[in-house]
Design a protein around this ligand. Structure first.
Ligand code: GRF
Length: 179
């Protein structure tokens, strides 16, 4: 059973839903995330865990982890989730949190990976699916796929297309029961 954490558009959440994967709960740190609309349209329980409503990030993460567990979540997927997770969350799902990132990590970590790759003038960038630890886009790599930078005008679109294929594939391999 999957829980998906989101902050924005949610196209990767949509790819998981369209692949028929068992998404049981969607949590956001932003109440205006379009991903929440996608979750509700698919009939998946969705909730916002706003930092402003909690004493600190640790408390928010603990409440969010408890909500996910209550919905039967065993594997957590970060799909465009823009906050670092704190120890109280990481301890609840040890080795069971994945992230999708739009570069070939360890190159270009952070929130602007596609722009950073363009700026650096590399010929090839790509997509990484990796396990999460307490760092920024660190943690063991599970799968990567390269994407040529040229033609630059379509790089973002081509990276997202790879994400939408690679993330459901990796998740399916990690959930043999739903294959
Ligand atoms: C994706 O590019 C993902 O790799 C990155 O944030 C973006 C989220 O897009 N972590 P979406 O919300 O899934 O459309």
């Amino acid at each position: 059973m999957l829980g998906v954490l989101v902050s924005g558009n949610g196209s990767n959440l949509q790819a998981l839903l369209d692949a028929g994967l068992p998404v049981r709960a969607v949590a956001s740190n932003r109440k205006d995330a379009y991903a929440l609309v996608r979750a509700r349209a698919a009939g998946v329980p969705a909730a916002t865990f706003d930092l402003a409503c909690h004493a600190d990030r640790e408390e928010r993460d603990l409440v969010m982890a408890t909500w996910l567990e209550e919905h039967g979540v065993e594997l957590v997927v970060l799909a465009g989730y823009m906050h670092l997770l704190t120890d109280p969350f990481l301890r609840r799902f040890p080795d069971r949190i994945l992230n999708v990132h739009p570069s070939l990590l360890p190159a270009f970590p952070g929130a602007h990976a596609i722009a950073d790759a363009l700026e650096a003038g590399v010929e090839t960038t790509g997509v990484t699916v990796h396990r999460i630890d307490s760092g920024l886009d660190t943690g063991p790599v599970i799968a990567q796929e390269a994407v040529p930078v040229e033609p630059r005008a379509t790089l973002e679109e081509r990276i997202h297309a790879v994400e939408h294929r690679l993330l459901p594939k990796v998740v399916r391999e990690l959930c043999p029961a739903v294959r």
